[in-house]
Write a protein that binds this ligand. Structure first.
Ligand SMILES: [Zn+2]
Length: 288
C-alpha cells in the first residue's frame, strides 16, 4: 500500500489502522515510544471554566479563549446550498427513481461530508492547541468534573409526558458538544503526563454561583445579570465565567494536587465508536 508519511515514526510500529473520512483514506500507526511520564514541572496553578459562548476561561487570564468560527461565510453558504440540493435530489429519487440514489446525489453527499470533515478538523485543531498550551504552561490544572452525557441529554421527554423547549435544548447541546468536552479532557489528561502537569477534576457543584472573593453561594448573584457575576454579599463583580474559573482554581488548590483522574498507569482500551475517530485515537497513542 502506498501512502504519504506526514510525520516521523518516533518509535517501533506496533499496529496500523486504515480509516476513511470525508477527505479520503488515512493510515495511522500505533507506535511504542518507551515514553515515561515527565517530572512535575512546578509551574503555576490555574482553573479552567469551559463554556459554550467562551470556549475556555483560564483563571489567570483576563479574556476568554473563543473557538474561531469553524467554517468561513463562503463555506457556510456552500454548505447551505449543498444541503438544499441534497434535499431536492432526495425528493426526486423518491418520486421518480424508486428511492435509488443517483450518482449526482452521491456526489452531493460526498461534498457535504468533505465540508463537515474540514469543520471537524478545525474544531479538533483548536482543542489540541488549547490543551497543549494549558498542559505546557501550568503545573496544576483544575477542571470541572462534568457529566457530559447527563448535560447533553435530550429534552424530548416521553410520549405520555412530552418535554418542553426541545429545539432550544437541542441547540444548546449542539453548542456544548461543538466544544468537544470529553475530547478536551482526554487530551488534557495525556498531555499533562507529557509535560509534567497535573489535572484535577473538581466538583462542578455551584461553581457558577459561588463568589470567588468571599466564597458565599447565592443564586441571586447571577440573577438577571447575564454574563456578569455580581455578589449580593460583598459586591464583588466579575465576568461570570472568570469568576467560575477562579472558584475551580481554588477547589483544585484545596485538593492539594492529589490527582483524581489524570495519571492512571494503565489506560482502558476503548473501541472507537466512529470510523473517523479511530485515526485520532491511534495518533494520540504516538504521543503518549
Ligand atoms: Zn462575595
Amino acid at each position: 500500500m502506498r501512502f504519504r508519511l506526514s510525520r516521523g515514526m518516533g518509535g517501533t510500529v506496533r499496529n496500523a489502522t486504515v480509516s476513511r473520512d470525508g477527505n479520503g483514506w488515512h493510515i495511522s500507526f500505533g507506535v511504542h515510544t518507551g515514553f515515561k511520564a515527565a517530572e512535575p514541572n512546578r509551574k503555576s496553578v490555574c482553573g479552567v471554566d469551559f463554556g459554550v459562548a467562551a470556549s475556555a476561561y483560564v483563571s489567570t487570564e483576563t479574556a476568554p479563549r473563543r473557538m474561531p468560527s469553524t467554517l468561513t461565510a463562503a463555506e457556510q453558504a456552500r454548505l447551505r446550498h449543498l444541503e438544499q440540493k441534497k434535499a431536492r435530489q432526495l425528493t426526486y429519487a423518491r418520486k421518480h427513481n424508486g428511492g435509488r440514489y443517483s450518482k449526482r446525489l452521491r456526489e452531493t453527499i460526498a461534498a457535504i461530508a468533505k465540508l463537515k470533515t474540514r469543520q471537524a478538523n478545525r474544531r479538533l485543531d483548536f482543542t489540541h492547541k488549547l490543551t497543549t498550551d494549558l498542559a505546557k504552561n501550568h503545573g496544576l490544572i483544575g477542571i470541572e468534573d462534568l457529566c457530559v452525557t447527563g448535560m447533553t441529554r435530550s429534552a424530548r421527554g416521553t410520549l405520555d409526558r412530552p418535554g418542553m423547549n426541545v429545539r432550544a435544548k437541542a441547540g444548546l447541546n449542539r453548542g456544548i458538544l461543538d466544544n468537544m468536552p470529553g475530547e478536551r479532557r482526554r487530551q488534557l489528561e495525556y498531555k499533562a503526563r507529557l509535560h509534567g502537569a497535573e489535572v484535577v477534576a473538581v466538583s462542578a457543584f455551584h461553581t457558577s454561583q459561588t463568589c470567588a472573593a468571599c466564597g458565599r453561594v447565592d443564586p441571586e448573584s447571577r440573577k438577571g445579570c447575564g454574563r456578569l457575576f455580581a455578589c449580593v454579599h460583598c459586591r464583588h463583580e466579575d465576568d461570570a465565567d472568570h469568576n467560575a474559573s477562579l472558584e475551580i482554581e481554588a477547589r483544585a488548590r484545596r485538593t492539594g494536587g492529589s490527582v483524581i483522574n489524570s495519571t492512571r498507569s494503565t489506560r482502558t482500551v476503548r473501541v472507537p465508536a466512529q470510523r473517523g475517530r479511530r485515526m485520532r485515537e491511534t495518533r494520540s497513542a504516538i504521543c503518549r
